[in-house]
Design a protein. Structure first.
Length: 288
């Protein structure tokens, strides 16, 4: 933004990244560019920053040194989802709009059984629409389509903000996915049981780009295979030293793991294992 006029899509992009990854914090503030300071949004994680202008990770220390950021507001994943649902936009949010976050923890759900029934109905609706993700910005339109009013929407929003509500809705989604015939893919046969493995990989996934490249290039397939083995053994490849240390800590406390590998002239790949160890994804950086 310049003054009060937004430019670009940094606010939308940063919000979507946070909601998709469910980790880190969304920060609204300003950064220094050549000759002027502009309003901006970014996502901060323990040791690095996701920068929406480039779509890349930057060491937090480098980001603060280069951009000289000034923070105006900070949001957790839950708070960002609430703000989007209640303001019908993805930011930036005014001080008056931020008041919407106050007191939300004091809102009690009148009847949990009713909200659980709504959670199950919404899960069935989403699976029928082949949309296995509940997007906060679309919740109001879903309620209208299902024939519910403002009170039901407010009560359900309060319920889904609680940990109990989140857990029940995830369970409902898994059940509806199973009933609809969705099953986890088996781990590809080319992945061996690696000696010295430090953690479970979970479901192994390759993006469409990586999968296509593996099929057309045996050398790349071998590179991916070896990179997965290295990731599994705790060899984080070409990640910066600070991020390697973060991975070691993540191994201890059960957080998300990320590694990067490069072998000229083959393209660079990233490997990400989710914090619950349910899945590991192999992708090109530009697919992130």
């Amino acid at each position: 933004m310049v003054g009060d006029k937004p430019i670009g899509t940094c606010y939308e992009d940063a919000w979507r990244f946070l909601i998709r990854e469910e980790e880190g914090e969304l920060v609204h503030g300003s950064v220094q560019t050549i000759g002027k300071r502009i309003n901006h949004a970014w996502v901060e994680l323990p040791s690095f920053v996701w920068e929406p202008r480039s779509g890349e990770f930057i060491k937090k220390s480098d980001f603060y040194e280069m951009a000289e950021p000034r923070e105006q507001a900070r949001y957790t994943t839950e708070e960002a989802a609430i703000m989007a649902a209640r303001t019908k936009n993805l930011g930036p949010w005014s001080a008056q709009e931020r008041e919407l976050l106050k007191g939300r923890s004091n809102v009690a759900t009148a009847n949990p059984a009713i909200e659980e029934g709504l959670a199950q109905e919404i899960a069935r609706y989403l699976i029928a629409k082949r949309q296995p993700i509940l997007k906060a910005a679309e919740l109001e339109s879903i309620f209208k389509e299902l024939g519910y009013g403002e009170k039901e929407l407010r009560d359900f929003t309060s319920y889904i903000e609680t940990q109990e509500g989140k857990d029940f809705f995830r369970k409902s989604m898994r059940l509806e996915l199973y009933k609809a015939g969705y099953r986890p893919r088996e781990e590809p046969k080319f992945v061996p049981a690696f000696p010295g493995a430090l953690f479970p990989l979970g479901q192994l996934v390759t993006t469409a780009g990586v999968d296509a490249k593996m099929k057309e290039d045996p050398k790349f397939e071998a590179f991916v295979r070896e990179s997965i083995a290295r990731h599994h053994r705790g060899d984080w490849g070409i990640m910066p030293e600070e991020d390697k240390k973060s991975n070691e800590e993540a191994l201890r406390i059960g957080e998300r793991l990320m590694s990067a590998y490069e072998q000229y002239p083959l393209p660079k790949i990233w490997i990400i294992t989710e914090r619950d160890r349910s899945a590991t994804t192999v992708l090109f950086p530009e697919e992130y």
